[in-house]
Design a protein around this ligand. Sequence first.
Ligand code: FES
Length: 313
Amino acid sequence: MSVRRLAEDQVQPAIFAFNDENSVWAEATIRKYPAGRQQSAVIPLLMRAQEQDGWVTRAAIEFVANKLDMPYIRVLEVATFYTQFQLKPVGTRAHIQVCGTTPCMLRGAEDLMKVCQHKIHHDPFALNAEGTLSWEEVECQGACVNAPMVIIFKDAYEDLTPQRLEEIIDAFEAGKGHEIKPGPQIDRIFSAPEGGPQTLNDEIKPVRTNLDPHPSAEEAAAAASIPPAEAARPKDTAPETDPKLKTPATAPAAAAANAKAAEKQPLSATAKSKPAPKTPGSAAEGAPPEPGAVSGDLKPKRARRKTTTEGES
Ligand code: FES
């Protein structure tokens, strides 16, 4: 941040006053603010004073302070805080503000500053020999997408090369600055691609618009009779997903044989008889019993307990 001071006394004019047009404008601007809040117009009035004289003089600061009933120091604080206010005389035909922030710097801002040093003056804020041109380095001006760029008065000149900046400076020096079109200096509109749009160039016909006639009743009925598509339905043909299977998928045939054998044998006979022939995967082989099946181990225990009770009696 540079120290910002007012210009030396020898270049300061003795008085300042708005011209007729700016006086009317200043009165209208002050009236925009509520009573007692007229000081809010300090920035617009200072900027208008700069546009009238090219820079903000001490006399202008005092004039604005008197106009808004403010202490001089308060207006001086504003004028010296914002770098948009020029506190020294600048070129009468152009003051070139070169953006030197990172995106512009990466795209060649240093070369643009060399052009300014070569064509105007080695030092920023210094006038050229004729007093018509000056330059300075400024921070980002919000046109990074079209870097590098410069600001002259209120216009931005973007996508610059050193050669193009030289042409622009020459035009302003000759009083023909208005002939230069602001904005991108290459073949593009705003920040669109160079040479025109590169994508979405095909004309896509909409499937249906509100201008198309509505379908007739027959067409609507025919469309409704079409069965829903099966495209999204899952295709699962694995055997274990057969909805007819109600038992565990493992050895269903053996489980059915066990259940049948248990039905044929009475409970007591089952306990005394030999174990049923083992079939692969059956409960006798260690597989878990079917729900509701009676285990053969229970019957002998009950019989032993009964015998002991009879002996005691
Ligand atoms: S960095 Fe230069 S305009 Fe943003």
